[in-house]
Design a protein around this ligand. Structure first.
Ligand code: ADP
Ligand code: ADP
Length: 227
């Protein structure tokens, strides 16, 4: 089943002399449960692509369909709700809220929608992430690997269909990187959540089902990994 379909996506930042074409007529589809690595040089448009797929940044032209819905046809409120329920975003520098503790950071997407916390789900999520003893800690009381696990918790609390991670291990040592990737792969396989990761690490890219290479805002290569 196709979960994501991108048609003729272009993104231009700015206008006139200083305009930058970050994405240039990109089209592809992703199957439910697929694990896709996105690679390419710095400045090639990878983050722009991920943000547009995640409903964070409007394209200049083109369409993004998530589970058949044309997401940029929605108004801002609809798009915000879609984002919180269907998309889990993970960043290189975690983007946790420093004054909120682990539990509050993870449950924030629920609170914004005035939804109740499902204690059972919260508990099993914390267990999977190895954060049981850390509920009341603030982000600056945690190691980098732990902070990234909190941000994964926040991304997954709503059981999103799609997880989008922008260099999730870019700030971590190799041991913590491996841990984060194996967690993301575990959720991808166990819950059939679609996983897209931007990475510069070839060892990570080679674990994906498929590698999409972006160069100059275009797809330079799109290959299925055979094992
Ligand atoms: P990557 O993630 O591959 O490093 P980006 O998507 O961040 O690439 O950037 C693609 C191009 O768009 C770059 O030339 C970058 O400078 C430009 N760009 C990205 N974000 C903005 C922005 N908010 N305003 C203007 N230019 C931007
Ligand atoms: P790691 O073994 O992942 O590198 P650290 O050595 O940074 O982790 O931290 C070990 C433990 O100490 C962690 O479980 C973390 O919760 C705790 N810790 C780390 N930094 C602080 C801090 N500034 N304040 C309180 N606890 C901390």
């Amino acid at each position: 089943m196709e979960i994501l379909k991108i048609q003729n996506l272009s993104k231009i930042y700015g206008t006139g002399e200083t305009a930058v074409r970050a994405l240039d007529d990109v089209s592809f589809s992703v199957e439910k449960g697929e694990f896709v690595a996105i690679i390419g040089p710095s400045g090639s448009g990878k983050s722009t692509l991920l943000h547009i797929l995640g409903g964070v940044d409007r394209p200049t032209s083109g369409k993004v369909y998530v589970d058949g819905t044309d997401i940029y046809q929605m108004n801002e409120t609809g798009l915000a709700v879609f984002r919180r329920r269907q998309i889990g975003l993970i960043y290189q520098f975690y983007n946790l809220i420093p004054v909120l503790n682990v539990e509050e950071n993870i449950t924030l997407p629920l609170l914004l929608d005035e939804r109740k916390v499902d204690k059972q789900h919260m508990h099993s999520l914390l267990q999977s992430l190895g954060l049981q003893g850390r509920l009341k800690h603030l982000p600056n009381q945690l190691s980098g690997g732990q902070q990234q696990r909190v941000s994964i918790g926040r991304a997954l609390i709503n059981n999103p269909a799609i997880i989008l991670a922008d260099e999730p291990t870019g700030n971590l040592d190799s041991k913590n990187s491996a841990e984060i990737i194996s967690l993301l792969k575990m959720f991808n396989k166990r819950f059939n959540q679609t996983l897209m990761i931007i990475t510069h690490d070839e060892r990570i890219a080679l674990q994906a089902d498929r590698i999409i290479s972006i160069e100059d805002g275009k797809i330079a290569k799109d290959e299925v990994i055979r094992r």
